[in-house]
Structures are given as structure tokens and as C-alpha cells.
Design a protein around this ligand. Structure first.
Ligand SMILES: Nc1ncnc2c1ncn2[C@@H]1O[C@H](COP(=O)(O)OP(=O)(O)O)[C@@H](O)[C@H]1O
Ligand SMILES: [Mg+2]
Length: 272
């Protein structure tokens, strides 16, 4: 379970202003109680008369929230990607048109948030951090361009594709370039600027654009490390390393068809 300080440090409300220039444009709206209530999943009660629970679905949204939401859509371009402070409702994708999770109105937000387990878990687990709705400019992202970077003691140690385990032939040819680009990006923009010393950041790298950050996240046994395992990352946390150490970029080296995550890890370990 994360501590309140973890929730605070990794909330987009904590890092957005500092990293505005290297992430996509975002409007963050704090969620008033009435709006939050609409975003929380209320299971229908089993009362014999079939009446709904106490909460009132018909409570209107506050006018100023509606106004802020409308302005955000106008600023960001009508269609947005949404998150709470920490997560996007990607596990609610099946409810969205074309699997794209595009939100165009408050009803979309309510649908995605109430049907997302990740979002609902945050709402029930987190204490001491005001909940928000982050509306982000919607961009089309090629899955091969998404990387998760692992930072240990303020040093970039690992890079993994987020689309894992999928084989992309160009990773091999461009491996050195990818490492160099991400290392330079990290050194110039993130190192020492993020307030933790162990963390992950997710980044989009697609030439000829500059890399940009999608998200920051905690580094612990629960973190999805894709091509890496916590077993191999954990011991590095207490190890001093020279500042110039080069990160490991781990990817699938050959197309071995569809396999499970465990199989992929086994395979990659054997070939190292
Ligand atoms: N602004 C955006 N527009 C379109 N797709 C996005 C946007 N931001 C993220 N995504 C997609 O959604 C996925 C999850 O986004 P992310 O911000 O990392 O959420 P989470 O922290 O819940 O994983 C990303 O891997 C990316 O493919
Ligand atoms: Mg994330």
C-alpha cells in the first residue's frame, strides 16, 4: 500500500507545473464532492421494492464546474484523454468507441471512471489528497514509441517498451539512438527535478519530435516493469553506481510469436 506522501508526489497535481514544457497540455480540475459522487460507482441496492440507493443521480452538476469543463474542452480541442491524479481508465476501454478512450463530454467521463477498477480503487484507497480530473490533449500514439524508464538513486538504469512482449524489428537497429535520446532527455529535463530518487517515468519517443513525458509513477514491487522483473531491480536500490552508467534497454530481440509475460522473461534471460 502506498503512503500518503507517495500519493502526493505522484499525483499529476504535484508534477504537472514543473514539467509542463515536456508533457502534453493538460487542464486539471479539482473535483467538488457532488461531482466526485457521480464518478464513484454506486452499486444498485437489492431492496425488494427495487428502489435505488439514497444517492441522487439527478443532482445537477455545479454550474462553475460545467463551465470549467467546457472551457477545458475548448482549450484542448473537443476530444480529450482523461485521468484522475494517478491513473487513466484504460481498463474501461471496452466501453469506449473504437477502444480509444476519447472523452467529449461529462457523460463519457462518468462512464469511463465508474467502469474503471483502477480509478475506483484510487477513489477508495487514497486519503489526504484532493481528487482531480485531468483532461489531456488527445494524441495518437504509436505503441512502439512508448517506453517506461526506471530511475534508481537519480540515475536512469532501465528502459523498457510498454508494449511488451511485442516484437519491433527497429529496436535493434535504433537501440543505441533510443538509449542516447532518452538519457539526454532525462539528464536535461528530469534528473534532480523530480522530487523522488527512485521512480519510473513514461515517455513517448517518436522521431523527429522531441521526447515527451506521459506520466511519473512509484518504483516498488507493484510497479509494472514490463521487460524487467522486480527481483532484478530491487537489489539495485541499495547499490551505489558511478553517475555515468549507461541504462539497459531491454526489448524482445526476435519474433517468437504470442507468449505470456513469464515466457518472455524466461526467454530473454536465457539469451543474455
Ligand atoms: N493524451 C493521450 N492521448 C491519447 N492516448 C493517451 C494519452 N495519454 C496516454 N494515452 C494512452 O493511454 C495509456 C495509459 O496512459 P497513462 O497516462 O500512462 O495512464 P496510466 O498511468 O493509467 O497507465 C498510454 O500508454 C497511452 O497509450
Ligand atoms: Mg501511469
Amino acid at each position: 500500500m502506498l503512503e500518503t506522501q507517495d500519493w502526493k508526489d505522484f499525483s499529476i497535481t504535484s508534477w504537472y507545473d514543473k514539467f509542463k514544457h515536456i508533457t502534453m497540455e493538460t487542464v486539471i480540475l479539482e473535483l467538488p464532492e457532488v461531482v466526485l459522487d457521480k464518478l464513484i460507482y454506486h452499486p444498485a441496492s437489492n431492496q425488494s421494492d427495487g428502489e435505488e440507493e439514497e444517492w441522487d443521480e439527478e443532482t445537477p452538476l455545479p454550474e462553475d464546474f460545467k463551465e470549467d469543463f467546457k472551457n477545458a474542452l475548448n482549450t484542448l480541442g473537443k476530444t480529450v484523454f482523461i485521468k484522475n491524479n494517478w491513473h487513466s481508465p484504460t481498463d474501461a476501454k471496452m466501453f469506449s468507441i473504437g477502444n480509444a478512450l476519447k472523452a467529449q463530454n461529462i457523460d463519457d467521463v462518468i462512464l469511463y471512471f465508474t467502469t474503471s477498477t483502477a480509478i475506483q480503487q484510487d477513489f477508495s484507497n487514497v486519503k489526504g489528497v484532493p481528487f482531480c480530473l485531468a483532461l489531456r490533449k488527445w494524441i495518437s500514439i504509436h505503441p512502439a514509441a512508448e517506453f517506461r524508464c526506471i530511475v534508481i538513486n537519480n540515475v536512469l538504469r532501465g528502459i523498457t517498451p510498454r508494449d511488451w512482449p511485442t516484437f519491433y524489428g527497429h529496436y535493434k537497429e535504433e537501440g543505441r539512438q533510443i538509449i542516447d535520446a532518452l538519457q539526454e532527455f532525462f539528464a536535461e529535463n528530469i534528473k534532480e527535478n523530480f522530487k523522488r530518487k527512485h521512480y519510473t517515468f513514461d515517455v513517448i519517443l517518436s522521431y523527429p519530435d522531441k521526447p515527451y513525458v506521459l506520466d511519473f509513477g512509484p518504483l516498488n514491487s507493484k510497479t509494472n516493469l514490463y521487460a524487467f522483473s522486480w527481483k532484478e531491480i530491487n537489489p539495485l536500490l541499495n547499490k551505489e553506481v558511478p553517475k555515468e552508467v549507461s541504462p539497459v534497454f531491454r526489448y524482445l530481440e526476435s519474433d517468437i510469436g504470442i507468449m505470456t509475460r513469464a515466457e518472455a522473461l524466461r526467454k530473454i534471460k536465457l539469451s543474455e
